[in-house]
Design a protein. Structure first.
Length: 185
């Protein structure tokens, strides 16, 4: 197996709980599929958008489905600054929070706003072929007009996943909008 995999840009988006969908879109509302994403079972929602309201600004974000057990907003550093959010962590989830505005209601969340840590989703078979383990930190070489090595990339092994690296819009633009990555340890 080649040591290469797909790299995708993960633009600002939100994951919602069933309760948040009810509050924001009304009783009986469900998320509708616009298009399926690279991770099996995950989709971009067709009609549902959320407006994020921070101390300094507002912006609309796409809703990804299916619903989850916790609300989570994923932004870039540029997005966080535009909203007036400070000290947004680079990690999986946690504080701070902000206001979500939907067509049927509003919801203040106390936590769940993050800048997603760059990561590679991998199937167990691909993890074995790449000789990596769940939670391992690797370096990824991006060959482009702006060749880059991303350090501190976490491997997430999941039997229901697809082997794909996710980086945010700031990282993608800085690296020349890459499509392929290669582990260089």
């Amino acid at each position: 197996m080649e040591n290469k995999f797909l790299v995708e840009t993960s633009a600002r988006h939100i994951h919602l709980t069933d309760e948040a969908v009810r509050v924001l879109y009304g009783e009986g509302a469900t998320l509708t599929v616009k298009k399926m994403l690279s991770q099996p079972g995950q989709f971009a929602s067709a009609n549902e958008k959320i407006r994020l309201v921070g101390p300094k600004g507002e912006m609309a974000v796409s809703v990804l489905g299916p619903t989850r057990s916790k609300n989570q907003v994923e932004l870039s550093f540029t997005d966080a600054r535009a909203l007036g959010l400070k000290d947004v962590p680079v990690r999986r989830s946690g504080p701070p929070g902000l206001r979500l505005v939907g067509p049927a209601g509003e919801l203040d969340i106390a936590e769940g706003v993050i800048i997603a840590k760059r990561h590679i989703h991998m199937t167990p078979a691909d993890a074995e072929a790449f000789n990596v383990t769940n939670g391992q930190i690797v370096k990824v070489l991006i060959r482009s007009a702006r060749t880059t090595i991303f350090d501190d990339v976490v491997v997430r092994v999941n039997k229901d996943g697809a082997t794909t690296m996710h980086i945010d819009t700031d990282e993608s633009q800085a690296a020349g909008n890459p499509k392929v990555g290669e582990i260089v340890r």
